[in-house]
Design a protein. Structure first.
Ligand code: KPL
Length: 299
């Protein structure tokens, strides 16, 4: 029998993972906030072609148990979305979360007595309309127990050899911090300048990009993550080149005048920095965070 899983937050990323997990042999159900139908037809466009599938849709009122829940909501919405489903959890339910940023994992983990798989992904996907998902880049998805255990759950065998999945991470917190550092540079800068990722490498932005990398690296150095700080220039350059045509998630949210993940990304890092005895000067990052905290005009 096919292993079952649910996806809460079937937006761009959730839709992509619905196709990926179906291809990996899972029976996937979607959980939206207000499903209008009991089935949702989605089309995935990739450079290799297109595929259309119908997924069963459930509302948060459904009562049957959930064994494996993939959370692909924005990170600030994850806790509410998961709490609304907690009446369906058993003593074996596992949650997998793919949200950007940090600061919300402990609360999620408590809801399933520690059975939280934390993840980060550089997959790029957009949602040109409610029925369509467009893959912009396979990226890599890194998963590991938030509690840090070495052994992967059995279902990981289904996805471990896919091109989008990395090996099981025994220290996922380190992987999330590495991704956080990258997001702290790329996401606010592309969102505030309203440019695709690749344009960050233009000469006009060279100085700002270097300053942002320096400020983020300074915080990571003071936090004791010297390896993340050291590798940051190289890793940022790499992600920018790999996702050159993409819009960062923060830019896309800002273009839609939607809430961005600035608190979970930059807010989290600057909060950690403010707890340091000797906190580094980070005027650029502070100005970005206050710009991102401004309400949209006309709101
Ligand atoms: O994670 C991303 C995001 O947009 O949220 C990156 C890797 C920066 C790709 O755009």
């Amino acid at each position: 029998m096919k292993p079952r899983c649910h996806i809460v937050g079937p937006g761009a990323l959730g839709g992509l993972f619905a196709f990926r997990l179906t291809a990996a042999g899972f029976h996937v159900s979607l959980i939206g906030q207000h499903p209008a139908t009991q089935q949702q037809k989605l089309t995935l466009l990739t450079p290799k072609g297109q595929q259309t599938l119908e997924f069963p849709c459930e509302s948060s009122n459904t009562k049957s148990p959930i064994s494996l829940l993939w959370v692909t909501t924005k990170s600030f919405a994850a806790l509410n979305a998961v709490t609304r489903l907690s009446h369906r959890f058993t003593s074996e339910t596992v949650i997998v979360t793919l949200g950007n940023g940090m600061g919300y994992h402990n609360a999620l983990s408590t809801l399933v007595s520690g059975r939280l798989v934390a993840g980060s992904t550089t997959a790029g996907c957009s949602s040109p309309n409610t029925q369509t998902r467009k893959l912009a880049g396979e990226g890599k998805t890194r998963l590991g127990w938030w509690a840090g255990a070495e052994t992967a759950p059995d279902w990981f065998a289904n996805i471990k050899d896919t091109p989008w999945c990395s090996d099981w991470e025994s220290n996922i917190e380190q992987a999330l911090l590495e991704k956080l550092a990258i997001n702290c540079v790329i996401n606010p800068m592309t969102a505030l300048l309203n440019i695709p990722n690749g344009q960050l490498l233009d000469n006009t932005h060279q100085h700002t990009l270097a300053t942002a990398i320096e400020e983020v690296a300074a915080i990571f150095n003071r936090l004791g993550h010297t390896d993340i700080a050291k590798n940051l220039p190289h890793r940022v350059g790499h992600v920018i080149s790999d996702t050159a045509q993409n819009s960062s998630s923060m830019r896309t949210d800002r273009q839609r005048q939607a809430t961005t993940e600035h608190e979970e990304i930059l807010g989290y890092l600057l909060e950690r920095s403010s707890g340091l005895k000797e906190k580094p000067l980070t005027p650029l990052l502070c100005s970005w965070l206050s710009a991102l905290r401004q309400p949209y005009p006309n709101q």
